[in-house]
Every structure is written in structure tokens, then in C-alpha cells.
Design a protein around this ligand. Structure first.
Ligand SMILES: O=C(O)CCC(=O)C(=O)O
Ligand SMILES: [Fe+2]
Length: 260
């Protein structure tokens, strides 16, 4: 457990902010739908992560990153060094989410919920997922997990994000997505997105995920099934970001369960 929050809840409206409704939710849904979900599903099954290329255009990335200091959008700010989480900052959005964040979170949920359901079947876990994010969030909210978890992260030179899992309560959606909002080599150097996998009785394995601006990575929040000689076993995952060597790096994090 890493990122719980005891901050008060600023409303539970889960629809997009009408103030930014110029963004076309159907357009984001179409972009998500045209991703190669066969490949993404296969890569998630095989190694617990998959890249979704070009989910956001450069100007959309810039607009989200530039709004980092727009206080009204966020419910809290976390200074990572203060908690031993690394170095750098992140801010949790408040509801209603900015329209692109809401649209992407809603559009990504259905295809990822199919992977999640498959993983649960393989692991003998009875949890199931309703067909829409709205219904899934209703379930979280009824259990007291009402605080929105989508977040915007900002790293400067020397900053990094320690290996962690974004678990916030009993209801846990097994996959999450991070979208790189900055361009490697131009906006920053270093700052690679990394994942580790811990298999039973084996040493950890690390994976560096190459991302360009606007690319997303979908990955396991906590664990995934791995097929073995005697059926499936559990592999535990953690994710983080290596040290930013120069410049500034922003990420949009989309977590599907809400927080207590
Ligand atoms: O900045 C990153 O790429 C990692 C973000 C992260 O930890 C998350 O979205 O949960
Ligand atoms: Fe995270």
C-alpha cells in the first residue's frame, strides 16, 4: 500500500467537467478502440505490460502538463521525498475530472476489464467487473472508496519514483495506465518507466518500457498470472521511474479504482 489519502472528499460527481467539454469523448473512445487489443492483451498476459502508442497528440500532452499548477483541478499534492516515495511531485485530480482524463479512463476500462477478468479466472479469484467504469466506480464508492485516483506527476532533474504499487483499498482493478506527456531527448533525459516482476522463489526481473510523448503503458497494478507446468501462478509486479538526468518529465496516471 502506498498512496492512501485521508483528505476530505470534494463531491463524487464522476462525469466530465462541463467546463472542458470542448473535448470530444467519442474521439478519445475511437482512439482507444483502434488500438491493437489482440497484441495488447497478449503482451499483458505474457509480461504484465503493453505499450499503447500515440494515445495523445503532443498539444494534448502539453495542455495537461501545463495545467499542473492550476490548483482548482486537484484534491491534493504529494511531495514524494516527504513520504520516502522518491523525489518529485504528483497531484490527484478532483472530480469532475478534466474531460480528456475522464474520457480516456472510461474508454480504457472496458478492454482492460476483459484482461482483468481473464487474469482472475486464471488465478481462481472470484472478483468480476461490471461492463462500464461508471458501474465499477459505483461499487468503489459504496465501499467508501470515493476519492478520485487519476494523477498528474511532475519530475525535475534528479527526481525519480521508487518502485511501488498503487493499491488504495479493498476494491482493486488489476490494471492501470500511465501516459507520458513529455518527449524523451527533448524535454528530459533518463526518467525511464520501469517494472519489476517477482516470481515465487526467483530473483526479480526488471523491464524498461520505451515510451515517446503521448504513448501509454498499460500494466499490472499488483500481480498477474503466469502459466506454468501446473497451471497458473502469481507474479508480483511493481513500477517506478528511474532518475531524471535532465529536464522536466510529466506523466498522466490512470488508476481505475478510487481511494478511501
Ligand atoms: O511517472 C511515471 O511514469 C509513473 C507514474 C506512476 O507511478 C503511476 O501512474 O502510477
Ligand atoms: Fe504508480
Amino acid at each position: 500500500m502506498r498512496r492512501t489519502s485521508s483528505l476530505p472528499l470534494f463531491g463524487t460527481q464522476i462525469e466530465a467537467d462541463p467546463g472542458t467539454a470542448a473535448v470530444d469523448a467519442a474521439g478519445y473512445a475511437a482512439r482507444v478502440a483502434t488500438q491493437d487489443w489482440m497484441r495488447i492483451g497478449a503482451e499483458l498476459d505474457e509480461r504484465g505490460n503493453a505499450v499503447l502508442p500515440g494515445l495523445l497528440a503532443p498539444q494534448e500532452c502539453a495542455a495537461l502538463a501545463e495545467a499542473y499548477d492550476d490548483d482548482v483541478r486537484y484534491r491534493s499534492r504529494v511531495t514524494m521525498a516527504r513520504h520516502g516515495f522518491g523525489r518529485g511531485e504528483y497531484r490527484y485530480y478532483r472530480y469532475p475530472l478534466p474531460a480528456p482524463v475522464q474520457a480516456l479512463r472510461s474508454a480504457l476500462y472496458p478492454p482492460l476489464s476483459q484482461v482483468a477478468a481473464r487474469w482472475n479466472r486464471a488465478l481462481g479469484d472470484a472478483a468480476s467487473y461490471p461492463p462500464t467504469l461508471r458501474d465499477y466506480l459505483r461499487r468503489c464508492h459504496e465501499a467508501g472508496q470515493r476519492c478520485p485516483t487519476p494523477l498528474l506527476l511532475r519530475y525535475g532533474e534528479g527526481d525519480y519514483n521508487c518502485l511501488h504499487q498503487d493499491v488504495y483499498g479493498e476494491h482493486l482493478f488489476p490494471l492501470q495506465v500511465a501516459i507520458l506527456l513529455s518527449e524523451p531527448g527533448r524535454d528530459f533525459d533518463g526518467g525511464e518507466f520501469v517494472l519489476t516482476e517477482q516470481r515465487p522463489r526467483m530473483q526479480s526481473r526488471v523491464e524498461v518500457v520505451p515510451l515517446r510523448q503521448g504513448d501509454a503503458v498499460a500494466f499490472a497494478v499488483r500481480q498477474r498470472p503466469q502459466s506454468g507446468a501446473c497451471g497458473h501462478y502469481r507474479v508480483a509486479l511493481k513500477h517506478g521511474v528511474s532518475r531524471v538526468r535532465a529536464g522536466r518529465r510529466h506523466t498522466l496516471g490512470l488508476i481505475f479504482h478510487d481511494a478511501l
